[in-house]
Design a protein around this ligand. Structure first.
Ligand code: SF4
Ligand code: SF4
Ligand code: SF4
Length: 509
């Protein structure tokens, strides 16, 4: 079995033993710069040989359709159908594109696959090219991934030398080669029509669909676009067969999914699990739970446009439909764990700030709407929130979701809407009581000195605003009117005498 190698080597470690690695099967197992390691120790290019010698292009499309594989880039569109649409187009020139424009903050699934196993992506693209009748491949990858790019170039050279890329591949009539296009780091270029514009040298802006890339893609030619993780699954499906793959996962979401587990969790890193695994299993079984004895507060799935789910959703099974029903998305696989020390309003502000700055500006709902949402959230987190702000955020969020042109705008309000739904009381506290229960919203926090103070004067010396008064050996005091809330006194006091709190409660110093 193609996935056994990994289990044999790492299966006794809890973090890895509970995973099922298909896309990541060779990462860390083979030397990514040695094509022979891929060929001899990872069944490398066996699937390509099988496809070219034993299967017609239409049979490969059928195999992928029956496997139930869905696009791992976020939308979850059935991969086999996409292949079928491109294959049906009558055109002597077609393109196969690998979307490696990984833009979610903190996500590194695609980078790891390419850095750790570049040939599996190349092999997947070769099989895809043969199945849809394309002879040109393009990998669109972020320029911020220099090691991945270097390894791809090395892999191309080795594959060409061994006759896997170029003309008459493995003695067949199939010709295929791949080139690289570097992206400049715009999040929106992960959207396939923006990516195609960028490949053509145009500004990376989405366009309305239809026409879909399958009919009208790179330079107007039929184009098959899949992301790195999707391509990395292809060779495994061809070798092991569609039944094997479709037996993994849930009824509608087959196979595995890679997540970048991050945030307030003991074990961070890439996690590949069968679809249908519960969030609880990932957080506690694989991730080891929350560090420092803190309480779990929320899990955000789907990257900057995902939703924040509460503890009651921990038994949700991970698949496209269940996550959507819970109010989040699968996205490309970002998973951030949030503990009791995080402010959900502040977190929502962070994500909308990200999507707002990445909006390409083409359509008004996304361009202007996200800006207005950000303004309201800035107001709320700085203690200027007004009655009606929550309702305004909800109204704006729903309009932006419905009226935006592409996925970026359609999903940008998710973190705000889901935190309002699941943590409305935190929004209300910020607005009505000027209170941030996590003491994370700087402008709402007040610093004060307690009776533990021994009058050492250290806080007074580091205060940049001259806001601390007090004589040596006497209790000190913070002048709230002068304090600029930098927190230096809090970090400096060795006696734990400086405390912080928020809210309109009277503070006794
Ligand atoms: S939704 Fe946003 S990112 Fe997408 S086209 Fe409109 S402005 Fe651009
Ligand atoms: S550093 Fe702490 S103990 Fe020293 S004066 Fe400031 S509050 Fe008091
Ligand atoms: S928070 Fe900063 S400005 Fe305020 S009292 Fe402490 S050190 Fe001074």
């Amino acid at each position: 079995m193609i996935t056994d190698n990994f289990k044999k080597n790492f299966g006794d470690i809890n973090f890895f033993g509970k995973q099922l690695r298909i896309a990541l099967r060779n990462c860390g197992m083979i030397n990514p710069e040695d094509i022979y390691d891929y060929i001899y120790n990872a069944c490398g290019y066996e699937a390509l040989a099988k496809a070219l010698s034993d299967m017609k292009p239409s049979e490969i499309v059928e195999e992928i359709k029956k496997s139930g594989l869905r696009g791992r880039g976020g939308a979850g569109f059935p991969t086999g159908l996409k292949w079928e649409f491109t294959a049906k187009e009558q055109n002597f020139e077609k393109y196969v594109v690998c979307n490696a424009d990984e833009g979610d903050p903190g996500a590194f699934m695609d980078r790891s696959v390419i850095e750790g196993d570049p040939h599996s992506v190349i092999e997947g693209m070769l099989i895809g090219g043969y199945a849809v009748g394309a002879s040109k491949g393009i990998i669109y990858i972020r320029a911020e991934y220099p090691l991945a790019v270097e390894r791809l170039y090395k892999a191309f050279a080795a594959a060409r030398k061994e006759g896997f890329l170029g003309e008459n591949i493995l003695g067949s009539k199939f010709n295929f080669d791949i080139e690289i296009r570097l992206g400049a780091g715009a999040f929106v270029c992960g959207e396939e029509t923006a990516l195609i514009n960028s490949i053509e040298g145009k500004r990376g802006m989405p366009r309305p669909r239809p026409p879909f890339p399958a009919a009208n893609g790179v330079f107007g030619k039929p184009t098959l676009v899949n992301n790195v993780e999707t391509w990395a699954n292809i060779a495994a499906i061809i070798i092991e067969g569609y039944q094997w793959f479709s037996n993994i996962g849930t009824e509608k979401s087959k196979g595995t999914k890679v997540f970048a587990l991050a945030g307030k969790i003991k074990n961070t890193g890439l996690v590949e699990v069968p679809m249908g695994t519960t969030l609880r299993e990932i957080v506690y079984g694989i991730g080891g739970g929350i560090p420092n004895g803190k309480k779990f507060k929320s899990v955000q799935t789907g990257g900057p446009s995902g939703g924040c789910l509460t503890e009651k959703f921990l038994d949700t099974k991970i698949d496209y439909e269940s996550l959507a029903a819970a109010g989040s998305i699968m996205g490309s696989g970002g998973m951030i764990i949030i503990d009791e020390d995080s402010c959900m309003v502040n977190l929502a502000k962070y994500f909308i700030e990200f999507t707002q700055s990445e909006s390409c500006g083409k359509c008004v709902p996304c361009r202007e709407g996200t800006k207005r949402m950000l303004e309201i959230l800035e107001r709320i987190t700085s203690g200027e929130g007004r009655e009606g702000d929550i309702e305004k955020l909800e109204r704006l969020g729903n309009v932006i979701k419905q009226a935006s042109l592409c996925g970026l705008g359609q999903s940008a309000p998710n973190p705000v809407l889901s935190t309002i739904k699941n943590f409305r009381n935190e929004y209300e506290e910020h607005i009505k009581l000027k209170k941030c229960r996590a003491n994370a919203c700087e402008k709402l926090v007040n610093y004060y000195v307690t009776d533990k103070c021994v009058g050492c004067g250290a806080c007074k010396r580091v205060c940049p605003a001259g806001a601390i008064e007090g004589s040596l050996k006497a209790k000190h005091k913070v002048d709230l009117a002068r304090c600029i809330k930098c927190g230096r006194c809090y970090k400096t006091c060795k006696f734990g005498a400086v405390k912080k709190d928020s809210g309109i409660l009277e503070i006794m110093q």
